[in-house]
Design a protein around this ligand. Structure first.
Ligand code: ARG
Length: 461
């Protein structure tokens, strides 16, 4: 079939070039947004008298039918079309003849694609946020079960101080809350309609851009038509937000992989989220977590790809910009898939409290508390710190823990030590004493859980 723009040409497009140029294979997923945008545009054309009321209504009805037919499968999207915009217009014209040819008055594919992508990304951003909330709920549910589960907290992957598993998990809930807010911000900036920018310079018709914007749920219109068709920062922002989500997931994924190893044995993933080996019968691998960690690289790559595509592009539209879609669609799909697999994986994992506690009992993670004990008895912190270092050195040499050292031995290091030190350095009391806001103490962690539950409730409304 002849291209819509064939008039100016004397030859057909080369077959391979035609395929190379076409974006239908990936932009067909925006069919709903394309049709909704066109319906709003047609309504505006009719309201402004740019086309007749009758034509406007005929177009809107036919577009509605096309949407129903695509959705029901009655109308298959033609993969030979140049893009989704051309396809919809072509079907419209086949169905209602010359009236259909009036739809593309006072717009261009340049503002049309900019509009469609914004509409599409607005929907997807909401879906990503919904999935982030599901993961946060799974995290909160686990945290609630483990407010009193003591584990070692790490720095440099060395046992550092006792914390609770709930406290550790809630750190991720806080990161995910910021991810939600970042996406809110990006959507707020993105939510203005570029339609009516036309090819780049605006139009000679008496359009009402605000009417279209309002119909489509935008907060306003882009104020410069050249920017309207050229702007893809909204994609960059969202992809950067998704990359940050993936970075967070990847850190948790890495911990889950470590915790599932025989070396740690802190958690056991449910069979439904692990795989076996083709040769080693004993293996139970955390493939889902590893894939999430791996796919993080892809989402970073998508962001880099689009940043690089846009770099140095002269205004306004250039075909390079068609490359925005594959990158952002891949980024959306990947982050959604990762969140989808992660939430139930967290919800179903078994926590090995005994192993966490056993690990906490080794590694002198109450050494800071012993120093704090000496400070409370009047010693300056630096001196206490030094003495505890010597005590730890002795314990390491003897293969003992701080709890196993007798009071007489303690007294050889300093006469501030009394029998009450043992209570003070018990793991339960180390955790309970961390009453500072945000700390690992019970009240603080419960407060964190309440906060995140509030965030989730507000978003569920
Ligand atoms: N498929 C194109 C894209 O995704 C639509 C815009 C085409 N505009 C043009 N002037 N060729 O960017």
């Amino acid at each position: 079939m002849d291209k819509m723009w064939a008039g100016r040409f004397s030859k057909q497009l080369d077959k391979f070039a035609d395929d190379f140029n076409s974006s239908i294979k990936f932009d067909s997923r925006m069919y709903r947004q394309d049709i909704t945008g066109s319906m709003a545009h047609a309504a505006m054309l009719g309201a402004q008298g740019i086309i007749s009321k009758q034509d406007s209504e005929t177009i809107i009805d036919a577009l509605e039918d096309i949407l129903i037919d695509i959705e029901s499968g009655a109308l298959a999207i033609d993969m030979n079309a140049e893009d989704i915009h051309m396809f919809v217009e072509q079907v419209l014209t086949e169905r209602i003849g010359d009236t259909g040819k009036r739809l593309h008055t006072a717009r261009s594919r340049n503002d049309q694609v900019a509009l469609d992508l914004r509409l599409y990304m607005r929907d997807e951003a909401a879906e990503v946020q919904r999935l982030i909330c599901s993961l946060m709920s799974a995290i909160v549910a686990q945290a609630e079960k483990h407010v009193d589960t003591v584990m070692p907290g790490y720095t440099h992957l060395q046992r550092a101080q006792p914390i609770t598993f709930a406290h550790h998990l809630m750190a991720y809930a806080m990161m995910l809350e910021r991810d939600l807010m970042r996406i809110d911000d990006a959507v707020r900036r993105m939510n203005c309609s570029p339609l009516g920018s036309c090819a780049l310079a605006g139009t000679t018709y008496n359009t009402d851009r605000m009417m279209v914007a309002e119909k489509l749920g935008f907060d306003g219109i882009s104020l410069n038509s050249i920017d309207g068709v050229s702007d893809r920062d909204f994609c960059i922002e969202l992809m950067s937000d998704f990359a940050t989500v993936m970075m967070h997931l990847s850190r948790l994924a890495e911990e889950i992989i470590l915790w599932s190893s025989w070396e740690f044995r802190f958690v056991e993933l449910d069979d439904s989220f692990t795989t076996g080996s083709s040769i080693m019968p004993q293996k139970k691998n955390s493939d889902m977590a590893e894939l999430v960690r791996g796919k993080t690289g892809r989402v970073y790559g998508d962001l880099m790809a689009l940043l690089t595509t846009l770099k140095g592009l002269p205004l306004a539209y250039n075909k390079d910009m068609q490359e925005d879609k594959e990158a952002i669609f891949d980024s959306v799909d990947t982050v959604k898939n990762c969140l989808t697999v992660f939430a139930p994986m967290i919800a179903t994992m078994t926590v090995r409290e005994d192993n966490m506690l056993a690990a906490a009992q080794r590694g002198f993670i109450n050494a800071t508390d012993l120093a704090d004990y000496m400070v409370r008895k009047g010693m300056p912190f630096r001196s206490a710190y030094k003495t505890v270092g010597q005590i730890v050195g002795k314990c390491v040499a003897d293969g003992r823990t701080l709890e196993q050292l007798g009071i007489d031995e303690y007294k050889q290091f300093s006469d501030v030590f009394e029998d009450d030190l043992y209570d003070d350095i018990s793991l339960a009391s180390c955790v309970a004493k961390r009453i500072s806001a945000g700390g690992t103490g019970r009240e603080s962690v419960l407060c964190q859980i309440e906060h995140i539950k509030g965030v989730l409730d507000a978003r569920a409304e």
